[in-house]
Design a binder for this molecule. Sequence first.
Ligand code: UDX
Length: 426
Amino acid sequence: MFGAGYIGLVTGACLAELGHTVAVRDILPERVELLQAGEVPIYEPGLGDMTLRNEERLRFTLDAEDAVRGAEVAYVCVDTPPTASGDADLSRVWAVVDALKGASHLLALVVKSTVPVGTGRRIRAALDAAGLGHVGYVSNPEFTAEGRAVSDFMNPDRIVIGASDPAAADLIKGLHAGVNGPAVVMDVASAEMTKLAANAALATKITLANELATVCEATGADIERVTEAIGMDHRIGPHFLKAGLGYGGSCFPKDSRALHALASNAGYSFQLLRTVIEVNGLQARRHLQRLKEELGGSFEGRSVALLGMTFKAGTDDMREGPSTIIASRLLAEGAEVRCWDPMAQPGPGQPWDSTTRHAGPLEAMAGADAAVIVTEWPELRDAPWAEAHTAMRTPLLLDGRNLLDGAAMAQLGFTYMSVGRPTVRP
Ligand code: UDX
C-alpha cells in the first residue's frame, strides 16, 4: 500500500481485517514512526481499533522495496493535488510506478488515487515497457466519505473495478471477499471517469440545493420543506440536497476542477460544471454579505464568532471548507474573529494566526456582534443559546447549516438568519 493518508490507511486496515497481509509505505518518517508506535495520525471512527486488532497482518515502512517484497498486489493511494492549471499533479503516482520497476513477482497494480482519465493507459504502457506486461492494471476508485470511511469501505454502494484484463479484475474482486457490496467491472478509462463523474454529480446536487435556497430567500419559501419534498421523488432522492455555505473537503472542490480541466484539455467546455464551481465559490461570500447588511453594511470593528472550522462535522479536516473563506474575508474587512471547533487543528498560517480560539461555543460568542454556524457539530444544536443571547453584544446569528429552529431562536431574542429560509426577528 503506497501512501498512509486517509485512503491508504483505511484501505490497508480494512484489507488486513479481511485477512490479507498488508505493508503500508509512506515517505514521511514522522508518520511512519507514529504508525509503528501503534498510533493513527488521522481521525477516522473505528480505524484505530481496526489497526490495533490487525497488527499482526499490518506493518508500516519507509522503504518502497521492503513494502513490495513478496507482495502480489501493489496499491497506489498517494495524493494527486491540483496544479495551478487545475490538472492533477501525478508526480507521486509516477514515483510509485517507478519504484515497482523490478517487482516481477507482482500480479496486479491497483490505483485508488483519483487520476485523470487516460492515466491508466499511460501506466499500462510504462509497465509493458519495463517488462511488467504480466502485471495486471486496475483502477479501483474510492467513494468513501471522511468520518465514515471504515464503514463505507466495508459496506459500499458498489466496488468499481476497471481492469486491463479479466484475471486482474477477478484478483481484485477476490480481495474484497467479505465486503458487503456489489462489484461493477469495467474498462480502466470508464472506472477513472466514474470517480470524477460521481463527485461531479454530488457537487452539482448540493449546488442545485444552494441555488434553490437563494431563490427561496428571495421569495419567502423554505428550502428545508422544498428539499424534503423533492427528495421524496425517487428519481431525485433525499441525499446531498442539504443547502449550506458551500461544499468543501479534499474531494469535491479538487475533483470538480480536475474534471473541468480534463474536459478543457479535450477541447470541450464543461459549462454546467464550471457554473457549479463558480456558484460554490460565491456561496459563503454571499451569505457573509447578507450578514454584513444586517450589521449595517460594515464589519469594521465588529466581533464575529465562527462556530465550527472543519469542512463538515465528524472530521478534523479543514481543507477547502467555507470557514477559511469566511475568516479571511472578515479579517480583511476589519472584524475580530473568535473561533470554536471541537476537532479542527489549523496549522500555522493565515487567516488562523489572526483569530482567537475558544474552549466552547459560549466562550466564542461572548461579546460578539454576530455568530456564524459553519459546521453542523451536534454540540451546536444543544449549545446554551439563552446564555449566549445574554453574553453576545448583538444577538445576531447566521445558521449556515440550518441546524436550529428559527421561531425558538427569535423567542430567545435572536435575529436568526439561515440558508434558504426567511430571517426571523425577535
Ligand atoms: C466526498 C464523497 O462523498 C466521497 O464519495 C468521495 O470519495 C470524497 O468526497 P467527503 O469529502 O468526505 O466525501 O464529504 P461529504 O460528506 O461527501 O461532504 C462533502 C461536502 O459537501 C461537505 O463540505 C459537506 O458539508 C457538503 N454537503 C454534503 C452539503 O453541503 N450538502 C449536502 O447535502 C451534503
